[in-house]
Design a protein around this ligand. Structure first.
Ligand SMILES: [Zn+2]
Length: 280
């Protein structure tokens, strides 16, 4: 699926290897994105050192590969207009379907040449939901031990929660370098707009009611078990655990990805239902 560019932002079309590619008016695109941010009260800017430290700490704990191999995270001072446009487009869609969800968000850009697309600074509720989901996943998983997962997860979340309080819960950190590839996540399908929507999905996950949360966990459980038995999945990353599944499916849903409807219709229906219940 391709990123949709509004017609008035296209300067001209060029053809490379038989493919038509739009050349956009960068200045207009940037302005358009800024207008969206302003109307939603969204603040955007380069990540501060504190935010980068948070990110580094999370990565150290979550990533099996050493960070050293990729160098340091740095603040991204300038983000391409195309990326900003995609971020703004994702926010508009999120806001249309779940009014209030994109209002007042804090978006920070960093850069690191590695496969990391973004992360959300965890609130207490988000942290406990994600921790529960990872432990739950280990319970269903044929090779993981729930006991070991529980011990590690709880410890990790304690540390991360502590740090999160210092950087501002709900801040979305996005990798503005073009390295985020090969993760098998929704960003590969839907570009930077998908990545942005994924992170907004985490914020939504922390805000949904208990009823919706438990309902979602059931949907994920049968999805996961289905995948173990050979059912096709939406994105590879959506099978990670219920939280990541939620964020991936949310991105697919708000960006109207037909692939989601086809591969994981229960998720699509869930978000249809959630919208009828949604009020912030
Ligand atoms: Zn995620």
């Amino acid at each position: 699926m391709r990123f949709w560019v509004p017609k008035y932002l296209i300067k001209k079309w060029i053809t490379i290897a038989g493919r038509k590619i739009p050349i956009i008016n960068r200045l207009l695109a940037r302005r358009q994105a800024m207008r969206v941010f302003q109307s939603l009260g969204v603040s955007v800017g380069p990540a501060t050192q504190r935010e980068l430290n948070y990110c580094t700490e999370v990565l150290k704990r979550a990533s099996p590969i050493g960070l050293e191999a990729f160098g340091k995270l740095s603040p991204a001072k300038r983000v391409s207009s195309m990326k900003l446009l995609q971020v703004s487009q994702a926010l508009v869609r999120c806001e249309q379907l779940f009014p209030g969800i994109a209002k007042g968000l804090k978006l920070r850009f960093f850069s690191i040449p590695m496969d990391l697309s973004g992360l959300t600074v965890m609130s207490r509720r988000l942290s406990s939901r994600i921790a529960l989901d990872s432990i739950d996943l280990a319970r269903m998983h044929p090779f993981l031990s729930a006991r070991v997962m529980r011990k590690n997860t709880l410890k990790t979340h304690r540390v991360i929660r502590q740090l999160a309080r210092e950087v501002g819960e709900g801040t979305i950190l996005l990798n503005a370098s073009s390295w985020a590839r090969g993760l098998g996540n929704v960003g590969e399908r839907l570009g930077f707009a998908g990545t942005t929507a994924h992170e907004v999905g985490h914020i939504l996950y922390s805000k949904i009611s208990k009823e919706a949360y438990f309902r979602w966990r059931e949907i994920f459980r049968s999805y996961f078990q289905g995948v173990l038995r050979g059912r096709s999945f939406y994105t590879q990353y959506s099978v990670t655990n219920a939280s990541e599944g939620f964020a991936e499916a949310f991105a697919g849903y708000v960006m109207r990805d037909p692939h989601l409807k086809e591969r994981w219709p229960e998720a699509w229906e869930f978000f249809d239902w959630l919208r009828t219940k949604w009020a912030i």
